[in-house]
Design a binder for this molecule. Sequence first.
Ligand code: GAP
Length: 453
Amino acid sequence: MTGKENAQRMEKIVSLCKRRGFIFQSSEIYGGLNGVWDYGPLGTELKNNLKQYWWQVTVRDRDDVVGLDGAILTHPAVLKASGHVDTFTDPMVDCRTCKARLRADQLSEKNGVKQCPNCGGKDLTEARPFNLMFQTQMGASADPASIAYLRPETAQSIFVQFKNVLDVSRKKLPFGIAQIGKAFRNEINPRNFTFRSREFEQMELEYFCRPEQGMDLLAYWLKERIKFYEEIGISRKRLHILDVPEKERAFYSKGTFDIEYEFPFGRQELEGVAYRTDYDLQQHIKASGKPLDYFDEETKERFVPHVVEPSAGVDRTVLALICDAYDEDTAPDEKGKMETRVVMRFHPRMAPIKCAIFPLLRNKEALVAKAREVQALLRPHMNVFYDEGGAIGRRYRRQDEIGTPFGVTIDFETLGEKGEELRDTVTLRDRDSMKQERVTIKDLPQLISSKIR
Ligand code: GAP
């Protein structure tokens, strides 16, 4: 695809997200809050499906990982020890012409001269570090002792609670602590829709191990994480693995892989998988004076564990799911004429609505009653949507556009009007192939459930 085609594709995606209720600009009626987004009804379902699946495979399906739900408000000492207070910065420059504040590493360049991407101005200030953390005040007095931060990553509460979790869970190395939650960064230049936001969610795992296991576990978790993206339906061909060169890694990391996705606006990071050695625990040991070490009952050794960290962005993965799912093909309209169909090809596991239920006609009481029965039958098993409005073809299109993988139509055959053998059967339509098969109502929960888990 050309740059122009990609830009058009992205425009269509952003517009669909708003039109169908996936993602809205936050505080839109007041002009919007830059870099902050609200998820609408469908976006919320999609995001929850993603987080639940991550939690299932990362925590519940494993014996060696437990969960944590840490606070967002963070003691400054934690972030001083982790290095965030002093070094969590991006280089910032000001454009003296249009007054824009810009990230020095994201300037455009013409004939080797750096220029402002907004106005093309070349009169730029020297770069200076800008700390990305949001600072707030706790309690009624506004003195320096009342400063707290909104966490810039979920990881630090895992390190700080390492000993408590170890004591209560009685896990042996290697084991992990997982967390899903909000993080906040005062990005200089939020952009590319939700890709770089100021408020976002992370899904992080800190997997603690013996030092000699670090490199093998780095390779193991990279493989696991790629598998995860495939399992949620992201095409492998759009995923890339970047082996981050030593000079670009954090100084304490012995190896880092970025998992990148080919968004319409370019190849960008979805997740970092990093071997962070024992840096974080050592920093907190030094700063707090508390022992955050591990005693190996078998070897009688006491040491500070090392850690491998797969750290993924919820919002970026949601955006990748949406970009990957967006497709256009052709399908016949009511009169059999071919028309363009927008279809979100979400993996059924991720789709916000799993099954739509349509009575063929809204003014036939028996059809509506049966359709409501089907809805009640499926509801305990999955998120369903009942729609009786408009021609059936139009109703299919509306569901295709939001990625509902299955549609059930209740028709006169269902009522037994075209032969007793068809009573209590319905048509089950597949979103992608648009093929319909006749199935018995009582088989629906099992049939659909097996495809959405
Ligand atoms: N604990 C390690 C850590 O936070 P990171 O690479 O800074 O590492 C991890 O962040 C992930 O969080 C990124 O790969 C990305 O998916 C997500 N993320 C980071 N900054 C973000 C932002 N401004 N907007 C949306 N997602 C972001």
